[in-house]
Design a binder for this molecule. Sequence first.
Ligand code: GRF
Length: 216
Amino acid sequence: MAARKSAAILISGRGSNMRALVEAAEAAGFPARIALVVSNNPVAAGLDYAQAKGITTAVIPSKGRSREDFDAELHATLKAHNIELVCLAGFMRILTEGFVQNWAGRMINIHPSLLPAFKGVHVHEQVVASGVRFTGCTAHFVTPGMDEGPIIVQAVVPVPIGATADEVAALVLEQEHRIYPQALRWLAEGRLTVEGQVVRVQEAAVPQGAMISPTV
Ligand code: GRF
């Protein structure tokens, strides 16, 4: 087997996607190892989990700092740990264009909507208010435009009529935990090629058919 790629996960809070990545990477044959977890928030709950797993953690406080200053320290930290791939997982900080360019093609994010719909924050509130029948989640490459990078994989989740934003969030989160490790696996295996906005996944099956909601 080829050497496993060293990956870092960037978090700001709960870290459930980080946990899904860590658990996936524990499986024999997974092509990446989680070498580092970085948080910009010193009290992010996800840090405790990472430490309990014996993963190296780093806190780089972002409060009151310029983006350039923060990103320079982040970049240096990733380099010091020989990181090859970066996964943003609930990382609530906008990165500078320079940082993003440095990690182009090597940095991915998980977003809790079917991009390009519902970018930004308060996604599930917007979904519920809009009346859409389907939502979902997207794993994508990170580019300078927020939530705009080439899409690697998406999962579709029907929105139960009358569901609250929190209920929708929980349904979507379950699927985030499935697709994000998948995206990291493909990236680490070198199976992704990007042409403009379109990502090709070597040897991935293409699902057929359609879903309709509601049904009777
Ligand atoms: C997830 O919904 C993710 O899609 C979004 O922020 C949330 C982070 O949750 N970017 P967690 O910290 O991974 O539990």
